[in-house]
Design a protein around this ligand. Structure first.
Ligand code: SF4
Length: 352
């Protein structure tokens, strides 16, 4: 079983509202991860092809694992018996899958309301590469513009699907976006109030990457996000989008885009033919193009050599900015992808 593929199929089944298929698949995944508890989802035997060996899932203690979901388990009255029953034979990923199944079941039964306790955090703030507040959903399924990036396998989000916390929280977010945007709004406010007290007090801006993974999947979702951003002018949002058809459609409808949002046209879209469309280029939220470039091998932007950067510059007629890879220290004047100072400039990222 390739967990990455199962997650994508699960996401599609939920998107298509084929919930009995989704439950079936979830059950099989739970059995699989219970049977191979220490086999990571990235190994050559059970995970991604081409992986160089099994790194094994982490051996967190039972209590640590349960603590992650304390509020959710309490709210759902998971009994000790139910938990003990699983102790010893269901490990990290399987527990999370089981918790997700409870959430999906509540969705199916119409039990999700404004007070619902969610199992996974909707927003994240900070890791070494991206210190900003960020939000994600499942890639490809929620990217109507997914083209070459998904086909040729350079969509970097696909790599993260082996991580249970990432993939299951993205699945949860997909369901919230499509059905319960009021919960996204609730969590947005509470995340900011909890993690950005200093910014609120000082009146300084909060950087937010809207869709670290995934994209605008519908016009409704796009409007819901933009309406939310308008209510929070202290949040400065940016993103990379392949949903160029939706941006164009919304612009033509006369919708006023939020002043605190910038989008980069992300290469690899099946709507790439719109990249020079004046409707997009004249949209005040347009920052510029973000172009994936193959230097001849997969290499992280932080590991580019002088020869690589020379090669990139030689391939473009106009001046370009080469992505250095760490957004929080990208330039001395802030991160390029969300900055007016980089308006209309192509930003090049190495295929990694
Ligand atoms: S150019 Fe800067 S802001 Fe954009 S992705 Fe690269 S490091 Fe992040």
């Amino acid at each position: 079983m390739l967990i990455k593929n199962e997650i994508l199929k699960l996401s599609q089944e939920i998107k298509d509202n084929k919930l009995s298929l989704a439950f079936n698949r979830l059950d099989k995944m739970i059995v699989f991860k219970s049977t191979y508890p220490n086999c990571c989802s990235n190994c050559a035997g059970h995970g991604f092809k081409g992986s160089t060996g099994c790194k094994k899932d982490s051996h967190q203690s039972w209590n640590t694992r349960l603590k992650d979901f304390k509020k959710f388990l309490e709210a759902h009255k998971y009994t000790n018996d139910k938990c003990k029953m699983k102790e010893g034979n269901i490990k990290n990923y399987a527990i999370r899958l089981d918790v997700f199944k409870t959430f999906l079941n509540d969705h199916n039964k119409g039990l999700i309301n404004k007070d619902y306790v969610l199992p996974f955090s909707v927003f994240k703030s900070g890791n070494a590469k991206l210190k900003f507040m960020n939000y994600s959903t499942i890639p490809v399924v929620n990217c109507p513009g997914a083209g070459a990036c998904a086909k040729d396998g350079y969509c970097y989000s696909l790599k993260s699907l082996m991580r249970p916390n990432a993939s299951l929280s993205w699945l949860q977010n997909q369901i919230l976006e499509d059905n319960y945007f009021f919960l996204i709004e609730r969590e947005f406010k509470s995340h900011i109030n909890k993690h950005y007290k200093k910014n609120i007090k000082e009146g300084s801006i909060i950087d937010f990457r809207l869709y670290n993974d995934g994209d605008f999947s519908s016009l409704n979702n796009m409007v819901a996000w933009f309406d939310l951003l308008k209510k929070h002018p202290n949040v400065k949002a940016y993103g990379y989008s392949k949903s160029l058809h939706l941006i164009k459609e919304l612009t033509l409808l006369g919708y006023e885009f939020p002043a605190n949002y910038k989008f980069n046209i992300s290469s690899g879209s099946k709507y790439q033919y719109l990249e020079n469309d004046s409707i997009l280029l004249n949209n005040p939220s347009y920052r510029g193009n973000f172009i994936n470039f193959n230097v001849g091998r997969k290499v992280s932007p932080t590991k580019l050599t002088k020869e690589d950067t020379k090669k990139i510059r030689a391939s473009f007629k106009n001046k370009v900015f080469i992505c250095p890879g760490v957004c929080s220290s990208c330039t001395s004047v802030g991160h390029a992808c969300g900055s007016d100072k980089f308006n209309n400039m192509n930003i090049i990222v190495s295929n990694h």
